[in-house]
Design a protein around this ligand. Structure first.
Ligand code: G4P
Length: 529
C-alpha cells in the first residue's frame, strides 16, 4: 500500500479530439465560460489573436487556419478542477499530439453532426485506443441540419468499433430543432435566450418519455418522432456502463450545440461524474499510483519562445504522484542532477499563475534554459522513471542549406531548440557537415523555416536529401553494429542524443538491409534512455 498524501483534491485531466472545424474552439470557449474561467464568449479566439499578433511565426497558424501550438487550460466547476489540454488539430503534428494524449486521463471526441467521423477524428481516436483512453462523444452542431442521430451513432459504432450509449437525444435538427432530452435526468433543454442574446438554459424536468407535460412544450410532430426514436434507441443501444467506458470499450454520446450552449452543462457534468480521476502512470518499474507520496511527473511537451520578449522555454510536466510544492528539488534521472523548481506555472484561461502547490493530474509549466526535454521524468524517488513517450521515425528528410554561412552557430541553436520542442528531429550524418532535419509532415517544414527566420534571424532553405526514411539502429552485438555502421557510413547519422540512425532511400531498401542484417534492430520509434 503506498504511503498516501492526505487531502488530494480531485482532477479531470482531458483533451478534446476532433477534425478541424468540428467546433473544438467553440466548445473549449463554452467549457471555460461555464467554468467561470472566462466571462465573455469570444475570448478564446480574441486571446488567440492577440497572441498571434505578438508572435510572427504564428502567421502560419493564421494563413493555414490551424492551431499549431498546444496549451493547457484549467477551470473549475462545482468543486471539480478540470485541466483541458489542447491538442494540435493538424495531421502533421501526430507526434506532438500523441505525446499530449499521454498526459490525459480521458478525452472528449467532438463530431460535426453533418459530417460524422472525419479522418483526423479517426486518427486521434486510434491514438487514444493505443492507451485505452476513455472517450465521451459530443455530437456538435445539432442546431443545423445534420445526419440522423441513428446514422451518427451507427457510424461511430462501426467505424471506431466501439459500443455507443446515447445519453441524450436531439428533438429535430436544423430548422426543426426543438431541444435536447437528457435521458439520464429526464430533463428537456429548450432554446431560450435572455435579453443579451445568451442562452440561459430553460431546463425542465419530466417523469419520463410518457409524461403528458411534454405535449405542452414540444410540437405534436416533434414529440411523436422523438418518442418513437427514443424507444428504438433504448432498445437498440446498450445502457451506459461505467466499467466499459473506463476501459475504452464504450462511449457515452451527448448531442449538443457548442455555439448555442446546448448540452455543454451536461458534458461538464458527464466529465465530473464519469471521467476518470488521475490514473496510475506506466513507469519502468511498474505503474505509479497517484497516491504515492513521492512527487513525480513527466515532461510531455516543451515550448520555446512562448514570450518572444525573453527567450523563455517552458517544459510542461504532468504531475503523476505526490503533493508538489514550489521550490521543491526534483531529480532528473536522464542527467542524474537535481533541479529546484522555483517558478512553476499553472495555466488559467487568461492568465498564468505561479503555482504554490499542485496535485496529480495537474499540468505545471517549468521555465528552464534547455535542461528539460520531452520524455524526462522529474521525481523525488529515483526509482521512478516514466515510459511511453517515444520519438517517431520521420517520414520526410531534408538537408538544411544555410544561405549566410556565418550563421552556423545560430542555426545549430535554433535546430537544437526546435528538436527539443518536437517540431523537428535533427540528424548529423557521419559523413559531411550538413544537418538533416526529419519531420512527420510537410507543414512542420513550413513552421521550421518561418521560425528560423522570425526567432533566430537565420535564413535557411531545405533541399531534397537522398533519403526518404530513417530508423534507429541497435544490436546486442556491439561488433555487428560497428561493422554495419562502418559499411554504411554514408547513410548513417547520429540523432541529437548521439544514437545511430540508418537512412534509406525507401522502404524497399530498408527491408533489404533488415533482411541482410538479422542481428541489427531497425526501430521506428525511440524512447529516451
Ligand atoms: P475547430 O476549433 O474545431 O476548428 O472549430 P471552431 O470552434 O472554430 O468552429 C468551426 C466553425 O463551426 C465556426 O464557424 C463555428 O462558429 C462553427 N460552430 C461551432 N460550433 C457550432 C454549433 O454548435 N453550431 C453551429 N451552427 N456552428 C458551430 P465559422 O463560420 O468558421 O467561424 P466563425 O466566423 O463563426 O468564428
Amino acid at each position: 500500500m503506498p504511503d498516501r498524501p492526505t487531502g488530494r483534491p480531485d482532477r479531470r485531466t482531458f483533451a478534446i479530439i476532433s477534425h478541424p472545424d468540428a467546433g473544438k474552439t467553440t466548445l473549449t470557449e463554452k467549457l471555460l465560460l461555464f467554468g467561470g474561467a472566462i466571462h465573455l464568449a469570444g475570448e478564446v479566439k480574441a486571446r488567440g489573436q492577440n497572441r498571434r499578433a505578438r508572435s510572427d511565426w504564428m502567421k502560419i497558424e493564421q494563413q493555414r487556419g490551424i492551431s499549431v501550438t498546444s496549451s493547457v487550460m484549467t477551470f473549475e466547476h462545482e468543486g471539480v478542477t478540470f485541466n483541458l489540454l489542447d491538442t494540435p488539430g493538424h495531421e502533421d503534428f501526430s507526434e506532438d499530439t500523441y505525446r499530449t494524449l499521454t498526459a490525459v486521463d480521458s478525452a472528449v471526441m467532438v463530431i460535426d453532426a453533418a459530417k460524422g467521423i472525419e479522418p483526423q477524428t479517426r486518427k486521434l481516436f486510434e491514438v487514444c485506443r493505443i492507451r485505452n483512453v476513455p472517450i465521451i462523444t459530443f455530437v456538435n452542431k445539432v442546431d443545423r441540419e445534420g445526419k440522423e442521430p441513428f446514422a451518427l451513432l451507427d457510424e461511430i459504432a462501426d467505424v471506431l468499433a466501439l459500443d455507443v450509449a446515447p445519453m441524450s437525444w436531439p428533438i429535430g435538427m436544423g430548422g426543426t430543432f426543438e431541444g435536447i432530452y437528457d435521458f439520464t435526468q429526464n430533463k428537456l433543454n429548450l432554446p431560450a435566450k435572455n435579453d443579451s442574446g445568451h442562452y440561459e438554459g430553460d431546463q425542465r424536468g419530466f417523469s419520463g418519455l410518457d409524461d403528458s407535460k411534454l405535449d405542452e412544450v414540444l410540437s405534436a410532430d416533434g414529440l411523436a418522432k422523438f418518442r418513437e426514436e427514443a424507444g428504438l434507441a433504448t432498445a437498440a443501444y446498450p445502457e451506459f456502463d461505467s466499467a466499459a467506458y473506463l476501459s475504452g470499450d464504450l462511449t457515452p454520446v451527448y448531442f449538443g450545440s457548442a455555439l448555442k450552449e446546448f448540452g455543454v452543462a451536461e458534458l461538464i457534468g458527464a466529465l465530473a461524474d464519469h471521467a476518470p480521476s488521475p490514473q496510475p502512470q506506466p513507469s519502468a518499474a511498474g505503474s505509479v499510483d497517484p497516491d504515492t507520496k513521492a512527487v513525480s511527473g513527466f515532461i510531455f511537451k516543451v515550448q520555446a519562445n512562448m514570450n518572444p520578449q525573453h527567450r523563455d522555454r517552458v517544459a510542461f510536466m504532468r504531475l503523476c504522484s505526490g503533493r508538489f510544492k514550489r521550490g521543491m528539488k526534483l531529480l532528473q534521472p536522464s542527467t542524474g542532477k537535481a533541479i529546484a523548481v522555483h517558478s512553476p506555472i499553472l495555466f488559467f484561461a487568461q492568465n498564468r499563475e505561479l503555482a504554490d502547490e499542485a496535485w496529480p493530474g495537474d499540468i505545471i509549466g517549468i521555465p528552464n534554459h534547455g535542461t528539460l526535454r520531452v520524455g524526462d521524468t522529474l521525481t523525488e524517488d529515483e526509482a521512478i522513471h516514466y515510459t511511453g513517450l517515444p520519438n517517431f521515425a520521420p517520414e520526410i528528410l531534408r538537408r538544411v542549406l544555410l544561405v549566410d554561412p556565418t550563421k552556423t552557430k545560430q542555426l545549430r541553436k535554433a535546430l537544437d531548440d526546435m528538436a527539443e520542442e518536437g517540431v523537428t528531429q535533427v540528424f548529423h550524418p557521419e559523413i559531411g557537415s550538413q544537418w538533416i532535419v526529419g519531420v512527420v509532415g510537410q507543414l512542420q517544414l513550413d513552421v521550421l523555416i518561418s521560425r528560423l527566420d522570425a526567432e533566430y534571424k537565420v535564413d535557411a532553405k531545405f533541399e531534397a536529401s537522398p533519403w526518404d526514411t530513417a530508423r534507429w539502429i541497435a544490436s546486442d552485438s556491439e561488433a555487428d553494429l560497428k561493422a554495419f555502421i562502418g559499411t554504411h557510413r554514408n547513410a548513417v547519422a547520429k540523432d541529437r542524443d548521439g544514437a545511430p540512425v540508418f537512412m534509406a532511400k525507401d522502404l524497399w531498401e530498408l527491408n533489404y538491409h533488415e533482411g541482410r542484417n538479422p542481428t541489427i534492430r531497425f526501430t521506428a520509434t525511440k524512447e529516451r534512455a
